[in-house]
Design a protein around this ligand. Structure first.
Ligand code: SF4
Length: 369
C-alpha cells in the first residue's frame, strides 16, 4: 500500500521520476473519459487531473460563479496556483457543460489544450457514432504527434491498448477482492489503489495491484460484521468521507464511480484498427449520465451489481453542483424504492473542511440499516 500512497502524496515526484527514467514528459487528462492509450502510445505519461481533495478554494471565486461544480473549482484553484505548468499538454473531453466551459477557460501558462467530443447519440446510429468517435480520436492523435514531436504507430497503439486492458482486468479483480475481503481492505485503501491509477504508468500500476492481490489472498477470509455498500457517482473524495464510512462499519463491495470502476468496466475490443477499437469501447460504455442513453439503464445496473456483490445499500456520492449526476438521481431513487433497495445520497465537496453533516447522515443511515 505504501507505494500507492507515496504516488498519491506526491504526483510531482512521480512526474519527475518518469521524466528521468524515460526522457519523456507528461500529458494531463481532464475528467472524465479519455482515450489515454493514445498518450501512452506516444511514450508520455497520462496524468489524471481531478483537483485536490485538500485544497481551500479562494482564487477560483473570481473565475467561476458559485454554482459551478466542486471538481471544476478545485481544478481551477490548482491551475491558478501553477500546479499544471510542467505538463506538455492537456486533453479535455467535454461531456458536461462545466467541462466545456473549463476547456474554454483553460490558461495554464502556455500548456496547450486538446479538446475533443464524444458522440452522445450512440444507439440509433451506432455506425455513424463510431465513425465520429474514431475521427475525433484521430484528431487527438494527430495533435498530440504535432505537439509532442512524436509519431504514434499502429503497433504502439495496439500495445498500449493491451496494457490498459490488462490493467482494467487487474483492477476489476482487485475490486472483487474488496467485496470478498470486506473488513480487511478498508474503503480508504481501496480508493488509494484506484486513485494511484491516475498517476502511474499503467503496467507499473498493474504490477503493484497484482502484488497486493497476492498478499491479500494469503490472508484468511475475515469475519466481517459490518455492512457492505455499493458507491456510485463521480468520486468519493474528500477522503474524510471514506473514513466516516469506515468508522460506521461500512465496506465498499463495488463501485460505480467515474473516477474508479467506470474507467475499467469496459475493455477496448479487438480490432485491426486501434482507433476504431477505442471508438467501439465508447459506444459500448453505459450506466453513466455522461454517456447518454435514453433508456436509462444505470439504476438497473446498480441494483444488479449490488445484489451480485452482496451490498446492503447504495450510497450515491454527488459532487456539489454536478448537474449530470443530479439529473440522474430522481430516476435512481424511484427505481431503488420500487426494488426495495436502501440508498443514501451525500453531497461531496473537495473544498469543505466540515464533515459533521455527512457524518451524521452516514451514522443515521448505518443505524437504519
Ligand atoms: S463533477 Fe459533474 S459537473 Fe463537474 S465536471 Fe464532473 S461531471 Fe461535470
Amino acid at each position: 500500500m505504501n507505494d500507492f500512497k507515496q504516488c498519491i502524496a506526491s504526483p510531482a515526484r512521480t512526474i519527475l521520476r518518469y521524466r528521468e527514467r524515460t526522457g519523456k514528459g507528461v500529458v494531463g487528462v481532464m475528467p472524465v473519459y479519455c482515450p489515454e492509450e493514445i498518450i501512452h502510445a506516444a511514450g508520455f505519461l497520462p496524468l489524471g487531473i481531478w483537483g485536490s481533495p485538500n485544497i481551500s478554494i479562494t482564487k477560483t471565486r473570481a473565475a467561476w460563479p458559485s454554482f459551478v461544480c466542486s471538481v471544476a473549482q478545485s481544478i481551477t484553484e490548482l491551475e491558478a496556483l501553477g500546479a499544471y505548468r510542467d505538463l506538455d499538454a492537456v486533453v479535455f473531453s467535454v461531456p458536461c457543460d462545466t467541462l466545456k466551459c473549463l476547456s474554454q477557460k483553460w490558461d495554464s501558462s502556455g500548456v496547450p489544450a486538446i479538446v475533443f467530443t464524444h458522440p452522445q447519440n450512440r444507439r440509433d446510429s451506432e455506425q455513424a457514432a463510431c465513425a465520429f468517435a474514431r475521427e475525433e480520436y484521430r484528431i487527438v492523435k494527430e495533435k498530440l504527434e504535432a505537439l509532442l514531436r512524436v509519431s504514434i504507430s499502429t503497433d504502439a497503439l495496439k500495445a498500449s491498448i493491451r496494457i490498459y486492458n490488462e490493467n482494467r482486468a487487474a483492477c476489476r479483480a482487485f475490486s472483487d477482492a474488496c467485496a470478498q475481503y470486506a473488513g480487511l481492505i478498508k474503503p480508504s485503501w481501496r480508493h488509494t489503489v484506484f486513485r494511484a491509477r491516475w498517476f502511474m504508468e499503467k503496467s507499473a500500476h498493474t504490477a503493484l495491484v497484482n502484488e497486493l492481490m497476492e498478499a491479500v489472498r494469503a490472508e484468511p477470509l475475515p469475519d466481517f460484521q459490518g455492512r457492505k455498500i455499493l458507491v456510485s457517482g463521480i468520486m468519493t473524495e474528500p477522503e474524510e468521507v471514506l473514513h466516516i464510512l469506515e468508522e460506521n462499519g461500512f465496506a465498499i463491495a463495488a463501485d460505480d464511480l467515474a473516477q474508479e470502476s467506470r474507467q475499467i468496466r469496459e475493455d477496448v475490443p479487438d480490432d485491426a484498427d486501434p482507433l476504431l477499437a477505442l471508438a467501439r469501447q465508447w459506444i459500448r460504455f453505459d450506466g453513466c449520465p455522461l454517456a447518454f442513453n435514453e433508456r436509462k439503464p444505470r439504476a438497473r445496473m446498480l441494483i444488479d451489481t449490488a445484489k451480485k456483490y452482496g451490498a446492503d445499500a447504495v450510497i450515491v456520492c454527488m459532487p456539489k453542483h454536478c448537474d449530470p449526476e443530479a439529473f440522474d438521481y430522481p430516476i435512481l431513487l424511484r427505481e431503488f424504492r420500487a426494488e426495495g433497495m436502501k440508498s443514501l445520497c451525500v453531497e461531496t465537496d473537495p473544498g469543505t473542511t466540515s464533515f459533521e453533516q455527512i457524518g451524521t447522515r452516514i451514522q443515521t443511515f448505518a443505524e437504519l440499516l
